[in-house]
Write a protein that binds this ligand. Structure first.
Ligand code: HEC
Length: 122
């Protein structure tokens, strides 16, 4: 193989790597942007529906009821899985002030709120 064709091959290989890299960069920035919007939507929904009881920072105790609204940033809550928390948001907690949100929030909106709750505890 001549020197020129070796250089040619090397340049082609570099170009391919570069393309793959650019594509993955674009993907991860799209993902970050999507997460940013989901989080903003979660914050908006939280402030509209949940802040009243769980407080601005999610620490609970904003509304005087028994049992008191949970501190959503506490380890006790945060150690629960997304599925468990989504279920509580969906169905509410019987016998407490925590109502069911299944009629108010879509599946997607519940996920956005959940993302925001995780973010509050970061
Ligand atoms: C009227 C008051 C009130 C509102 C509004 C409210 N909550 Fe609650 N929430 C409570 C109370 C009270 C509890 C604690 C129930 C218990 O002690 O079992 C609770 C518990 C929870 C839990 C369970 C925590 C755990 O320990 O598993 C989650 C998750 C939660 N709320 C999320 C939300 C979200 C999300 C919203 C808004 C869509 C919301 N809550 C709105 C009163 C409220």
């Amino acid at each position: 193989m001549s020197f020129i064709s070796r250089v040619g091959l090397l340049l082609m290989a570099l170009w391919c790597v570069n393309l793959a890299y650019a594509a993955s960069e674009q993907k991860s920035s799209e993902k970050a942007l999507r997460e940013h919007y989901d989080l903003r939507e979660g914050k908006r929904l939280y402030e509209q529906y949940c802040r009243f009881c769980h407080g601005e920072q999610g620490k609970g105790q904003a509304f005087d009821v028994t049992p008191p609204p949970a501190d959503l940033t506490s380890p006790a809550v945060q150690k629960k899985s997304d599925a468990e928390l989504a279920q509580t948001i969906h169905e509410g907690e019987r016998g407490t002030a925590m109502g069911a949100w299944k009629w108010t929030l879509s599946e997607k909106e519940k996920q956005h709120v959940l993302l925001y709750i995780r973010w509050l505890a970061r």
